[in-house]
Design a protein around this ligand. Sequence first.
Ligand code: ZN
Length: 427
Amino acid sequence: MDARALLSFIDASPSPFHACATVAARLEAEGYREVSDHSAFPTDPGRYVLRRGGSLVAWAVAPQHQAADGFRIIGAHTDSPNLRLRPHPDTGGYGYRQLAVEVYGGALLNSWLDRDLGLSGRIVVRGPHGPVTQLILIDRPIARVPQLAIHLDREVSTTGLLLNPQEHLRPIWGLGDHHQGEVADVVAAEAGLSVDSILGMDLMLHDLTPSTFIGEHQDLISAPRLDNLCSSWAGMEALVAATDPAAPTTAQIPILALFDHEEVGSSSDRGAASPLLEAVTERIGLALGGGRDEHRRALAASWCCSADMAHATHPNYPERHEPGHIIDLDGGPVLKINSNQRYATDALSGAVFVVACEQANVPLQRYAHRGDLPCGSTIGPITATRMGIATFDVGAPQLAMHSARELCAADEPIRYARAMTAFLAPA
Ligand code: ZN
């Protein structure tokens, strides 16, 4: 494993759809075979990957695996807060052509100002047997949201920057008068299609600055979407390592589940609150010849590692952190605990990760949120509630979560992936 691969992974994955395509390509290169959720599941042992929009589930069944053995699941999410194009994206005024956007998730809006932005996502086009999806990636600077000059916003230095998501975030993408349909024209030309073949568009903006190592000793990673492509990448690497044909067979069936829509609550046909993972686990058991009882026994025997990034203690704002739970940016993976179940970890499920970190020989940190600040949540409690699987929440430490540009330590992604590998393949 090499952290440089994480940087390429992030840069190749500006949208959840691209993240799934990048993971699927990596897994297929390792011998995984793509299956469709509307076809019968293969009954042969093997390594499989299934995609549904911006979500993906991959698993590996060995000849020894039985339907009631249970699963070791790594869950993460593919989406990140950003700016997304509205259904009628063409707008403008005062001599500018602009894009109508909607804020997706809890973005730090200031971080989207004064950046050169590209466009990505998917379109749906007419196919011979009905609508088909096609990925779109415009990786050149086509848009920018300019900040208001300080001379016109004197309060910015005293009361702070206030951005109205409706008024202040419309990117400029050219000069002149805007025309209805011009975004679709550009996308159609990019895709090599006629504009009337496009039936729908799910498009979003991304920062074009390449991910990079920074710091005098290059011991930091500056990148967009570390939350949560760092966890998605680490989970993918762990699955590849644990299911290498040369590695011993895992006692339980390893699964990687990457979900879209975590940043907006996980409720969709493919989010963590959807039936996607439960359906896949049940169908894996059915394909192995098991029935309803074996499925329930398998879930009762399973463990889920819900992997989402963690807050390192910010050196400029130490008072925002729980003083007894300081998190070092370079101190190892983080087990997240919240007695109000914002995180799913308890002493028993957490112990599985303690043992995995011991086996991987990586240090472990424990995160707890301040009592006077509302605590965020993630897919762990949702998956646990939906499936009744014993779950723990973990993360790699980072700063600037939900900024268009985030920061982590250069050594952490590898430690994180090694701990997850040990979880999937306990000694
Ligand atoms: Zn996250």
